[in-house]
Design a protein. Structure first.
Length: 262
């Protein structure tokens, strides 16, 4: 049976690692053509090669920093040289920087989180929307987080950013109602990617502890959820999906076999 994603153009931001790279491979297995962006081009090159081997008829990549309007515009211009339509836009680029309480918060961490998780989604969506609006059934899928639903200590800016992403999704859903363009958010919980390594600025021991004793989500679990959502027929819009590992009932309620507390 032909995949509903066969030859569709799927644009993924933050495709150089974690969910974005896993999504590139998963959409490739479904036969999609890929437009991949992130800052680390050598990583993108490796992911695009994996995607080609997994079955993508075109796995293309270009440097993208969603925190800069000029970079987003250059990326969008490059996209327009490859295709006049984007069927699926996955706004995934983002992450957390630091886990300091507000009293000790660093401007550069707050700014990086709001730039990538909030303004990045707005910028990329604004730039790519013209390639989607004439095509009913196209789909904007944003990556939110359980952090957008529940606040936690040390998470003020990140939780605010992901709550912002959720409200951007909801506003876009309203704005695009009647165009046939679908808008949704996939909001994962604890997932082992480079997320904690980035949050703790390369401290791998601290990053590892976040997952200790639990069985977290894998990047592939989230990628499969994205492929499933994007494979629904055009009249079906998955608006909001929360995906957590079985060991995580709430942000703070994580079953750990070692009893370790992060
Ligand atoms: P990773 O750190 O593995 O991946 C983050 C990706 O985002 C990388 O490809 C990185 O690429 C990219 N990125 C970050 N900043 C920018 C930027 N300014 N411009 C372009 N690309 C950028 O983590 P995850 O895969 O876990 O994170 C993906 C998304 O999922 C993020 O939005 C994160 O907040 C969210 N999330 C993660 C969860 C988790 O527990 N892992 C749970 C819920 C949500 P590069 O550095 O090459 O630019
Ligand atoms: C990542 C999940 O709980 O570490 O968005 O903020 S959490």
């Amino acid at each position: 049976m032909t995949s509903p994603l066969s030859n569709k153009w799927v644009l993924i931001t933050g495709a150089s690692s974690g969910f974005g790279a896993a999504a590139a491979r998963a959409f490739a297995r479904a036969g999609a053509r890929l437009l991949l962006g992130a800052r680390r081009e050598e990583r993108l090159e490796a992911v695009s090669e994996e995607a080609r081997l997994a079955g993508s008829p075109a796995a293309l990549f270009h440097a993208l920093d969603v925190a800069r309007t000029d970079s987003v515009e250059a990326f969008a211009s490059w996209v327009r040289t490859k295709t006049d339509r984007v069927d699926v836009l996955i706004n995934n680029a983002g992450g957390a920087h630091g886990l300091d309480p507000v009293a000790n918060g660093k401007d550069e961490d707050w700014e990086a989180m709001l730039q990538s998780n909030v303004l990045g989604v707005l910028r990329v969506t604004r730039a790519i929307l013209p390639l989607m609006t004439g095509h009913p059934g196209s789909y904007i899928l944003n990556i939110g987080s359980v952090a957008g639903h529940t606040a936690y200590e040390g998470g003020a800016a990140y939780c605010a950013a992901k709550a912002g992403e959720l409200q951007i999704t909801r506003a876009l859903r309203l704005e695009l109602c009647g165009t046939g363009v679908r808008v949704g958010t996939v909001d994962p919980g604890l997932a082992e990617t480079e997320f904690s390594l980035v949050r703790f600025k390369g401290d791998s021991a601290r990053a590892k502890k976040v997952y200790e004793g639990a069985v977290p989500l894998r990047a592939d679990d989230v990628a499969e959820a994205l492929v499933w959502a994007a494979s629904r027929p055009p009249h079906v819009c998955i608006d909001e999906m929360i995906v957590k590992c079985t060991d995580q009932a709430e942000v703070y309620k994580i079953h750990r076999r070692t009893g370790n507390k992060v």
